[in-house]
Design a protein around this ligand. Structure first.
Ligand SMILES: Cc1ncc(COP(=O)(O)O)c(C=O)c1O
Length: 353
């Protein structure tokens, strides 16, 4: 309950500017902007020059529109909430032939982005032919009945892997884009690349936008990724008690920690209820500039084995400049988005400085 998620606002904005390098970008702000706070992040990204946002959730899309009237908002999940889509001027994905057949009559005037499934295959058309079939059908409609063909997009599932599959999915996608180009079908917004793909390849020819998540938030997309990634966040909580432990003494549920020597345990006011992943708790934390091992994780507390340098009310860091979220990803804890997405904003205090 006593945890604090802090963000350095200037560094957060700088990171967004550094990574996008003025290339038009759809900022992925789903899941409460990777849990940096939706409103905070949207406002900062706008300050960094970003004019388009993507989320999977219509409530988040509406909130973005309430923050800003001008930006493009792309709803990445299929939706049938067409009244809200019109009211809040959202762009939507067109995820399959089945969806088109079911909802064609509701799509008039709406900005749609044709989605290609590719190897990721979570959603999307299976081929260029399927998408062309939709466009062929649209042509036959009266102009007032048609959707606005606004975008063409896909999502890569392998851009952070180096075993050749990304190259395959990339080539498959680029041939889809080429099919449209060869037929002179004008599509104003073409976007495919997440952070890993962009860092590997730069913006693809013929593409208008990047669609970035992790890199905007200061995380490397994969180990050894070139570039500068400024992690502007830290996560901390105070020590609320120091427990002296003699050798052999247990502490925590089911003797989660048994002292191997005469030692001390700091009880820290944060736990898995606040979103600390159990896998993260098998690694160290930082107190007064020194690393200490976490020994047990409970719902609202953590036990850390400490020495005489640590006292009640000292600040314990779970993430900071020395404890990077992407380093823990490299050490096998879970993706950056997994660690950030786990955080509980009902219980953590958010502090912007
Ligand atoms: C559809 C879509 N596009 C873009 C992104 C951003 O990816 P990344 O965080 O790897 O940059 C995501 C993230 O999961 C996504 O689901």
């Amino acid at each position: 309950m006593g945890g604090t998620f802090s963000i350095n606002q200037k560094e957060f904005i700088n990171q967004a500017q550094n990574i996008t390098k003025n290339i038009p970008t759809i900022a992925v702000v789903k899941n409460n902007a990777y849990n940096h706070g939706l409103e905070f992040s949207v406002k900062c990204f706008i300050e960094a020059g970003i004019k388009a946002f993507g989320t999977t959730n219509i409530a988040e899309a509406v909130k973005i529109r309430e923050i800003n009237q001008e930006v493009r908002i792309f709803l990445m999940n299929p939706t049938a909430e067409f009244d809200a889509v019109r009211q809040y001027q959202l762009d939507i994905t067109l995820p399959s032939l089945e969806y088109y057949k079911k909802y064609q009559q509701s799509l008039n005037g709406i900005n749609v982005h044709l989605e290609y499934a590719g190897l990721f295959n979570r959603s999307g058309f299976n081929s260029a032919e399927e998408m062309l079939e939709v466009l062929h059908h649209e042509k036959k409609l009266d102009e007032t009945e048609r959707f606005n063909l606004t975008g063409l997009w896909t999502h890569f599932g392998y851009a952070d892997e180096f075993d050749g599959v990304y190259e395959e999915e990339r080539e498959g996608w680029l041939s889809i884009v080429e099919t449209f180009q060869k037929r002179d079908i004008r599509i104003p917004v073409i976007h495919a690349q997440n952070t890993a793909s962009f860092v590997r390849d730069g913006l693809f020819d013929g593409h208008t936008h990047l669609r970035l998540g992790v890199g905007l938030y200061g995380g490397t997309p994969y180990e050894e990724a070139p570039g500068t990634y400024n992690q502007s966040i830290s996560l901390s909580a105070p020590v609320i008690q120091i427990r002296p432990l003699s050798k052999g003494m247990p502490c925590g549920y089911s003797a989660a920690f048994v002292a191997k020597k005469d030692t001390k345990a700091a009880v820290v006011d944060i736990g898995y209820g606040d979103g600390i992943m159990r896998s993260r708790a098998s690694y160290e934390c930082e107190i007064n500039g020194k690393m200490y091992p976490i020994r047990a994780l409970m719902m609202s507390h953590m036990l850390v084995e400490v020495d005489d340098c640590v006292s009640t009310a000292d600040t314990v860091y779970i993430y900071n400049k020395n404890l990077r979220v992407d380093d823990f990803r490299n050490r096998g804890i879970g993706a950056v988005s997994e660690q950030l997405g786990a955080l509980n904003f009902q219980t953590l205090k958010q502090e912007v400085y």
